[in-house]
Design a binder for this molecule. Structure first.
Ligand SMILES: *Cc1c(COP(=O)(O)O)cnc(C)c1O
Length: 402
């Protein structure tokens, strides 16, 4: 028997990993010993203020959610061991879909194991080669992959550029159906898509509008419904996808919301829904609790934006250059990649967790430290992290000494 020689295959993988390490793109993971929260304990036993999670409403480690989870576990068990259409749908799955639809202002909604799956299973079952998707160039990877899986023609418009979007809609004029696809909020900049202008263009060029509101559902807009509420276009957006893995408790899970007919079609045809397990009951029941809580009170949302305003003002006053905006994503622009890394490292040593981002995650020369604020941060925690920002900025020469 000849033995297979796989060494060249694994050597090639090792070569690519070495290359990633050499160029500083190799990703390492921080191991936490605590719950997710405004402060987290690393595996060095040190508690640090966490300014880099998507835990916008501070619910991820919340005691009430743990209780709601335990209650759901007792009532509905641990797993479903089935896809939805065989024997994987409990009353709470349908209840959550209805609650999400109501919350987002649509007729119905469908659950997925992740927003990645919601986007991955969307376009393919709605469009074919007679149709077009017109997509912002900075859209999330899952939207890009979802579009790749469908046979519609692809048109990419320059980020947030309404003139270019209009040009691409004209290019797509001969297609049967057109869908404009955009992130509601872009995660690297905290930029909020201009959905009012996008909906105007959709009206003029007879297109549908799809938004992925993963960085918005639960807190953007007057009652936290998302960027469509923020821009006053709740009735004009056709499809909303989003995640349960960020503001809404942060476990995992995703959804698509829209007209009943569209959701029915997804239930029939969407591959990540048909061929992947039902969302775990504990997540479903706890998400119902989260939506109840968010509709009963705006206090978490109010605290989140108070904190975001406070941190923005403090960083700007120190002399940091920020990407302007109002979202709790606050990009501290450092421009130079090694300097962004040094700032993040220095903050880490003084007890503040942030992430430095540089090319290719953001454009060349646009390196930054991204701050993400949570409703759960106390003023004390934020002020301590601002002191660390001031000291590190002066030590690294980003801010003027004095
Ligand atoms: C985080 C994110 C996702 C992925 O969400 P999951 O539920 O974790 O798969 C998809 N789209 C956008 C815009 C996101 O920010």
């Amino acid at each position: 028997m000849p033995t297979r020689d796989r060494s060249s295959f694994y050597a090639e993988l090792e070569r690519q990993l070495d290359q990633a390490r050499a160029s500083g793109l190799y990703k390492t993971e921080r191991v936490l010993l605590s719950r997710q929260g405004p402060e987290v304990m690393g595996d060095d036993g040190v508690l640090r203020i966490n300014l880099c999670s998507n835990n916008y409403l501070g619910l991820s480690g919340d005691d009430e959610l743990v209780e709601a989870g335990i209650e759901t576990l007792k009532a509905f068990g641990y797993g479903m061991s089935s896809v939805r259409f065989i024997c994987g749908t409990q009353s709470i799955h349908r209840a959550l879909e209805k609650r999400l639809a109501e919350f987002l202002g649509t007729e119905d909604a469908i659950l997925y194991a992740a927003a990645f799956d919601a986007n991955g299973g969307l376009f393919e079952c709605l469009l074919d080669d007679r149709d077009a998707v017109v997509s912002d160039e900075l859209n999330h990877a899952s939207i890009i992959d979802g579009i790749r899986l469908c046979r519609a023609r692809r048109f990419r418009y320059a980020h947030d550029d309404m003139a270019d979007l209009e040009a691409k809609l004209r290019d797509a004029a001969s297609c049967r159906f057109r869908i404009i696809a955009t992130d509601g909020v872009f995660s690297m900049d905290g930029t909020i898509a201009r959905l009012d202008a996008i909906c105007d263009l959709a009206d003029r060029h007879d297109a549908l509008v799809m938004i992925d509101d993963s960085h918005a559902t639960g807190f953007m807009g007057r009652t936290g419904r998302g960027t469509h509420e923020h821009h006053g276009v709740m009735e004009r957006v056709d499809i909303v996808t989003g995640t349960l893995g960020k503001a809404l408790g942060g476990a995992m899970g995703g959804f698509t919301a829209g007209r009943k007919t569209l959701i029915d079609m997804l239930r029939q045809r969407s591959r990540p829904y048909l061929f992947s397990n039902s969302l775990a009951p504990v997540i479903v029941g706890t998400s119902l609790h989260v939506l109840d809580r968010l509709t009963a009170s705006s206090s978490l949302r109010d605290r989140l934006f108070d904190n975001a305003v406070h941190v923005r003002a403090a960083l700007a006053k120190m002399g940091y250059t920020l990407k302007p905006g109002t979202h709790p994503i606050i990009p501290v622009m450092v421009f130079d990649a090694p300097l962004a890394q040094q700032l993040a490292d220095s903050l880490y040593r003084s007890g503040v967790l942030v992430t430095g981002f540089f090319h290719p995650v953001v454009p060349l020369g646009q390196a930054r430290v991204r701050v993400q604020v949570s409703a759960a941060h106390t003023r004390g925690q934020l002020d301590r992290s601002m002191e660390a920002f001031a000291a590190a900025g002066r030590a690294l020469g980003i801010l003027q000494a004095g």
